[in-house]
Design a protein around this ligand. Structure first.
Ligand code: ADE
Length: 260
């Protein structure tokens, strides 16, 4: 998987990509990340990357030319044109903006399948609309809040997509994918000690009864999802047993955290 990131702040990415899972994926040759400073592509002695908005108002707007020249240097002139003409995406060109479609696990899976991704980090005041019109295949937001720029959003997407690249998580991936993990919130986790300041690990987890543990985890995942993200339950694939459980929770018949 190859990522090309266009940014005015390349330094922001260093620490994040030099540790942990992304670092391991790079070291294993499974992922390549190229960070491009948009300023390097800005024409003129002063390498200006932003300007005042037409129509007035506050803030500055990122200019189209430096981003256009950067994209053409990275991808060639033909590819972005062809994508816009045919509507067929070969390499997603993603503009990070709070006005974009909401990023999701499904979108991470979609991006991973392309094998290559270009991420354009905008500043929050805005990016000249012609970047979307002429180049971007996707406009994506990571949540309903405003960041100062798209850099942290790009990091989140790189991390989420990298985890899905075959080989990065090894055996873990199959488990994560099989458990419908994206449909429901995860069940609570515990490790030693069995009791800390009066807070006990649920009895069932110490029982060694794997069928009962699986049932408990599923029920706790349903409980959390119902309490915190009821919108996810509408889309989740639920068994008949799950539905009975959700109904019981809704009626306030909530079996104890400790299981039965
Ligand atoms: N830039 C500023 N805020 C953002 C957000 N929430 N998602 C993606 N890019 C952004």
């Amino acid at each position: 998987m190859r990522f090309d990131i266009l940014t005015l702040f390349p330094g922001l990415f260093r620490g994040v990509f030099e540790e942990s899972i992304v670092r391991r994926a790079i070291d294993a040759g499974l992922v390549t990340i190229a960070i491009h400073n948009i300023r390097d592509y800005a024409p003129g002695k002063h390498r200006i990357t932003d300007d005042a908005p037409y129509g007035g108002g506050g803030g500055m707007v990122m200019k189209v030319e430096p981003i256009a020249y950067a994209l053409e240097a990275i991808l060639g002139e033909d590819l972005p044109l062809r994508q816009k003409r045919t509507g067929l995406v070969e390499v997603p060109i993603v503009l990070l903006t709070p006005a974009g479609r909401l990023f999701s696990q499904a979108m991470a899976r979609e991006f991973e399948r392309y094998g290559r991704l270009v991420l354009i980090c905008g500043r929050y005041e805005g990016v000249d609309e012609r970047v979307s019109q002429l180049f971007a295949t996707h406009e994506v937001s990571i949540g309903d809040y405003v960041l100062s720029g798209g850099e942290i959003a790009a990091m989140a997407i790189v991390e989420a997509v990298t985890r899905l690249v075959p080989g990065v998580l090894g055996d873990m991936r199959a488990i994560v994918e099989d458990s419908h993990s994206a449909d429901l919130l995860e069940h609570p986790h515990y490790t030693r000690p069995p009791e800390f300041r009066g807070a006990k690990v649920p009895e069932v987890l110490l029982s060694g009864d794997h069928a009962e543990i699986a049932r408990w985890r599923r029920r706790e995942a349903l409980r959390r999802t119902l309490e915190r993200r009821p919108d996810l339950l509408e889309k989740a694939s639920l068994s008949d047993q799950d539905r009975l459980w959700v109904e019981a929770l809704r009626r306030g018949e909530t079996p104890s955290q400790e299981g039965e």
